[in-house]
Design a protein around this ligand. Structure first.
Ligand code: NAP
Length: 471
């Protein structure tokens, strides 16, 4: 663990293991943090806050950019670790390192633009000001599917705002987080500014929620856990931001550029083996172009190479673990039982060393199938047809989720109307990869609240204080 600038073991002497989903082999044993180590991390972060919060934005930016440079210098090492612990295809993992580093670059600069306000007073002898200050010590609870980017998307704005923090990475992916801490150490980030504790999820989380030194918690993960954390946050009215699950619709209108729409859906659906919160999950294609779209889609998917995530040229690695694989199998079986047609794939890879599933395309999918209701989190693309724009939008909005959505059309009026009608925090308009550091990322409805990225992403790490001055 990395606590207050020191590498420590668990006081209990316990460890937990991390397994490679490509081979099922043990990658590493990691010291298991409990409440005690979490408390030590919170104390370290509280002490560090006193100095870190008083540095100028430029001084903090220097540290952040040094860490960013080291991340880029060690891209291959970080990507290898990430790929081994959670199965992301190596080239894609390298892409995540660059994406993760971009949050440090962007927020190092944004920290210099934390402007206050002056307000005209109603009395001659008064002056009114609003200043913005760091909220204090923050905690980040992160998922396994973007083990590096979800950390920097939270720590970037937190550090820039003058906060210090504790990260609890997913139990599947503590190694990427610890490697990041190693780089923070090398960048000479002052001790206590960044702390990493992984292990006993409940003990760590309870300490984070019950310790009054923690002023804000940012969570990325499943909707069910998010709801539980909202209940837990009530005790101390802890500030909480939630980036939760999604069930993204991908609408291909009749006038779309079909080649681009297929290229986009392959990228959106199959990256990270379909395990992203913004993956295309429900593909609505106009009935007049469905055959052409499906034919090209199958051709492209046949070209994807499945295999050990570290092997050369692999596009799709394994599912993260056995239950991830079981969920994919269950969704496909349920769909086929209820009348879906398998256009490609539809089975796990035979005699595989890990949790591999063949990229799959299903046709004739209907709304009552599980795959249209729940996050599959796997490489399965369900296609359904529509006839009118209104029907497509209604079907797309018919979900409790509201994270990402996609539209493919060449008609500008249709594009604007559909973008406005979709109840999602993100609309990819002829764009299957909308996520960037400078834009707000987040959901509506049960996909959570709060935004990460962009100038919006730093707001949650700042308190606004009103000062009324009598002259
Ligand atoms: P998860 O099971 O909710 O876990 C996320 C994190 O929460 C992990 O660190 C996990 O620790 C921890 N956790 C689990 N139960 C907890 C509890 N009762 N109290 C406190 N912490 C708890 O989600 P996941 O399976 O790792 O990640 C996949 C989910 O994340 C999907 O639903 C995906 O859509 C969502 N996601 C959303 C975004 C977004 O920006 N909206 C981005 C990426 C992923 P352990 O690993 O130790 O259980």
């Amino acid at each position: 663990m990395y606590v207050n600038g020191e590498w420590i073991l668990s006081n209990s002497g316990e460890y937990f293991t991390v397994n490679n989903p490509s081979t099922k082999e043990v990658v590493a044993k990691v010291p298991k943090a409990n409440a005690e180590e979490t408390k030590a991390a919170i104390t370290g972060a509280s002490d560090a806050l006193k100095k870190w919060s008083l540095l100028t934005a430029e001084q903090r930016a220097k540290y952040m950019l040094k860490l960013r440079d080291l991340m880029l210098e060690y891209t291959e090492e970080l990507a290898t670790i990430m790929s081994m612990e959670m199965g992301k295809a190596y080239n894609e993992a390298k892409g995540e390192v660059v994406y993760a580093a971009s949050f440090l670059t962007w927020y190092a600069e944004e920290g210099k633009r934390i402007y206050g306000e002056t307000i005209p007073a109603s009395a001659e002898n008064k002056r009114l000001f609003v200043i913005k200050q760091p909220v204090g010590v923050v905690a980040a609870i992160t998922p396994w599917n973007f083990p590096l980017a979800m950390m920097t998307r939270k720590l970037g704005p937190a550090m820039a705002a003058g906060c210090t923090g504790i990260v609890k990475p997913a139990s599947q992916t503590p190694l990427t987080a610890l490697a990041f801490a190693k780089l923070a150490d090398m960048a000479e980030i002052p001790k206590g500014v960044i702390n990493i504790v992984a292990g006993s999820t409940k003990a760590i989380s309870d300490e984070l929620f019950n310790n009054s030194a923690i002023k804000k918690i940012s969570f990325t993960g499943s909707t069910n856990v998010g709801k539980e954390l909202v209940r837990q946050s009530a005790n101390q009215l802890k500030k909480l931001s939630l980036e939760l699950g999604g069930h993204a619709p991908y609408i291909v209108f009749e006038d779309a550029d079909i080649e681009k729409a297929v290229e986009g859906v392959v990228a959106s659906k199959f990256r990270n083996a379909g395990q992203t919160c913004v993956c295309a999950n429900r593909i609505y294609v106009h009935k007049n172009i469905k055959e052409e779209f499906a034919k090209l889609f199958v051709e492209k998917v046949k070209e994807l190479k499945v295999g050990n995530s570290l092997a050369e040229g692999v596009d799709i690695g394994p599912l993260v673990n056995e239950s991830g694989l079981e969920k994919v199998k269950e969704h496909v079986e349920d769909a086929v039982e209820k009348g879906a047609k398998v256009l490609y794939g539809g089975a796990e890879v035979k005699d595989a060393s890990g949790y591999f599933y063949i990229p799959t395309i299903l046709d004739n999918v209907t709304e009552e199938m599980k795959i249209m209701q729940e996050e599959t989190f796997g490489p399965v693309a369900p296609i359904t047809i529509f006839e009118t724009d209104d029907k497509a939008i209604d079907a797309a909005n018919n979900t409790e989720y509201g994270l990402a959505s996609y539209i493919y059309t060449k008609d500008i009026s249709r594009a604007v109307k559909a973008s406005e009608a979709l109840n999602f925090g993100i609309v990819g308009l002829n764009d299957a990869m909308p996520g960037v550091a400078q834009a707000p990322f987040g959901g509506m409805k049960e996909s959570g609240y709060g935004r990460e990225g962009g100038h919006q992403g730093i707001r949650d790490y700042l308190e606004e204080k009103y000062i009324s001055l009598g002259l």
